[in-house]
Design a protein around this ligand. Structure first.
Ligand code: ZN
Ligand code: ZN
Length: 148
């Protein structure tokens, strides 16, 4: 976490305080959340927080490299907090849980691509989508219940 403790109290610095609020909320989320979802949960803490402010704060984090943006079905952007320089994730299509894929797990695949195509790979960004273990378990028990 790279958030400085103690948000500024000066009302003129309100956007900064709200950005810190958004950043902290995103850090607490184990799942990718849309601007609308984060806005809904933050309205309780700050009723004057606007959706546009949440959206801008999330995009600023993406630009700084402290968050990543994913595309959900229906062209909705979802965001997850991410350490700078990290780029590989596996995302559950059902519950939006995000797991980080460490660089060394991909190394052999990148070496194989380099060897096959004669490329020298400088950077990679890989998003894998699927169903997490919890959601698979839920689907299986629902399937059994409806079959009986
Ligand atoms: Zn990450
Ligand atoms: Zn899931």
């Amino acid at each position: 976490v790279r958030i400085k403790p103690g948000a500024p109290r000066d009302p003129g610095r309100r956007p900064t305080r709200q950005r810190a609020l958004v950043a902290r909320a995103l850090q607490r989320q184990p799942r990718a959340v849309s601007a609308q979802e984060l806005h809904r949960s933050l309205r309780r803490d700050d009723p004057r927080l606007g959706l546009a402010t949440v959206y801008r704060a999330l995009e600023a984090q993406v630009a700084r490299g402290t968050a990543r943006r994913f595309e959900r079905q229906g062209h909705v952007s979802a965001y997850v907090a991410c350490p700078p320089g990290h780029h590989h994730h596996v995302i559950c299509d059902r519950c939006q849980r995000v797991s980080e894929i460490p660089e060394d797990l991909l190394r052999s695949m990148l070496r194989a691509v380099e060897a096959r195509d004669g490329f020298r790979i400088d950077h990679a960004s890989l998003d894998l989508y699927g169903t997490c273990a919890d959601c698979q378990r839920k689907t299986r028990s629902v399937g059994r219940a409806s079959a009986s």
